[in-house]
Design a protein. Structure first.
Length: 165
């Protein structure tokens, strides 16, 4: 069983799509919802474009699927929850699911693992450091807690939102 971490985000009907996304992840991986490792829910400004604020969090789980299967499952969940197949990279989203980590693999395809956004975006690093504080980044060889402590917290503002699940 692989340990994976997934970034979950939404800027459209945020609470609804985050909740729906979490349940869809549990269903797709045949895991009881209570077995998901859930970070706090954070609100952040849109990054890369002017738009409504996002809700973001990180989910951890164990799965038996390959990295290729996981990426397909996540895309299928996004499409089932209103994401357009023509969605541009920096645009509003009903649901955005990105695999961050798959065990300690280092890959470029079928997905970039570990995802570069872990170290560049507070809305990824802070929740990841919350759910996997002692886990080490497979390239940087530092824990996510260490990386969060070293992160320039003035560069992106985050607010913790009450959990919606």
């Amino acid at each position: 069983m692989a340990q994976i971490y997934i970034s979950v985000g939404s800027s459209i009907n945020r609470e609804h799509y985050i909740t729906q996304g979490l349940h869809a992840i549990a269903d797709a991986f045949n895991i009881h919802f209570s077995k998901l490792i859930l970070s706090s829910l954070y609100e952040s400004e849109a990054v890369g474009f002017a738009g409504a604020p996002f809700y973001n969090m990180v989910v951890g789980l164990h799965c038996s699927q390959s990295i290729k299967q996981v990426t397909k499952i996540l895309r299928d969940i996004e499409f089932a929850h209103g994401r357009s197949e023509n969605a541009q990279k920096y645009s509003p989203r009903t649901l955005d699911l990105d695999i961050l980590l798959y065990d300690d693999l280092i890959l470029e395809s079928p997905a970039q693992i570990p995802r570069a956004e872990i170290c560049t975006n507070a809305f990824v690093l802070w929740p990841l450091s919350e759910v996997a504080p002692t886990l080490c980044h497979p390239v940087l060889k530092k824990s996510y807690q260490e990386l969060w402590q070293q992160y320039d917290k003035e560069s992106q503002q985050l607010n913790i939102v009450n959990n919606c699940w």
